[in-house]
Design a protein around this ligand. Structure first.
Ligand SMILES: Nc1ncnc2c1ncn2[C@@H]1O[C@H](COP(=O)(O)OP(=O)(O)OP(=O)(O)O)[C@@H](O)[C@H]1O
Length: 244
């Protein structure tokens, strides 16, 4: 199987009014991997992933997913997007929520049930599926959002700070699952502030003031900057992210 050009970003910039938020980013992903975007608050990570997901338009440059220029409606079913804030129906159960989104993606019948169950199992929510969302903790809501993002088996999964509010044990499990999904051929883009998560990405893009300062494996970044840790490497590039 060839996996050429899963994602290609060509001189991508974004402005709101006169303010430049993302500045001339070039980046390409040619085979399934977990690409982390690390940067301090306000660096432009969310804006960048929204453009990749086709939710925001680029001001300059272009983004192609699977060889097609974004935004493109027909590509939407190839993309799973988990926003930073959960978009769930509070008065419905977890199961009702995930069924709702699965149906939006055109899933029906046994396939829908099976995929919903698998996604809920993946995030450890199978036993809580009949509970009302308003009774869920923040971490449970994040996990449900993650299950919803991957229920339709997208080829590209875009996760904006997926593990905020999730305890270390479950966070670890989720990262193991993300690596399994990658091994199944899914490309994952994940934004994070958390240094131990950054270490678990195949490649890491360091972002500050809307610019991609460096892009390499975590090991490569450490070697290039003669750093012991990713945080040190990030500081070398003028970053200011904090460890958690
Ligand atoms: N719709 C908008 N209009 C104007 N400015 C915006 C808009 N959306 C984002 N910004 C600005 O763009 C900058 C980057 O925001 P963005 O959310 O992309 O950063 P981030 O790296 O994801 O930060 P965080 O980690 O805190 O989520 C911020 O200064 C923000 O105020």
């Amino acid at each position: 199987m060839t996996h050429q050009n899963v994602i290609r970003m060509n001189h991508v910039s974004k402005s709101y009014g006169k303010k430049r938020i993302v500045e001339d980013i070039c980046l390409s992903i040619e085979r399934p991997e977990i690409l982390g975007l690390l940067g301090p608050s306000g660096a432009g990570k969310t804006t960048l992933v929204k453009m990749i997901a086709g939710i925001e338009e680029v001001t300059d440059g272009e983004i192609c997913l699977l060889g097609e220029r974004m935004p493109r409606l027909k590509l939407m079913e190839q993309i799973g997007y988990m926003a930073q804030s959960d978009a769930l129906y509070g008065e419905l159960t977890a199961k009702e929520n995930i069924y709702f989104f699965a149906k939006l993606y055109g899933l029906r019948g046994k396939t829908m049930k099976g995929q919903c169950e698998k996604a809920l199992e993946l995030v450890g929510l199978l036993d809580d599926q009949n509970k009302i969302i308003d009774t869920f903790s923040g971490g449970m809501k994040r996990r449900l959002s993650l299950a919803i993002a991957l229920v339709h088996h997208p080829r590209i999964l875009i996760l904006d700070e997926p593990t905020v509010g999730i305890d270390p044990v479950l966070r670890n499990q989720i990262w193991e699952q993300l690596h399994e999904l990658k091994n199944e051929g899914i490309t994952i883009i994940v934004t994070t502030h958390v240094m131990d998560e950054a270490e678990r990405c195949d490649r890491l893009g360091m972002i500050r003031n809307g610019r991609l300062l460096a892009l390499d494996t975590p090991e490569g970044l450490k070697q290039d900057t003669r750093s012991q840790t990713i945080e040190e490497a990030f500081l070398f590039y003028g970053g200011g992210a904090h460890a958690q």
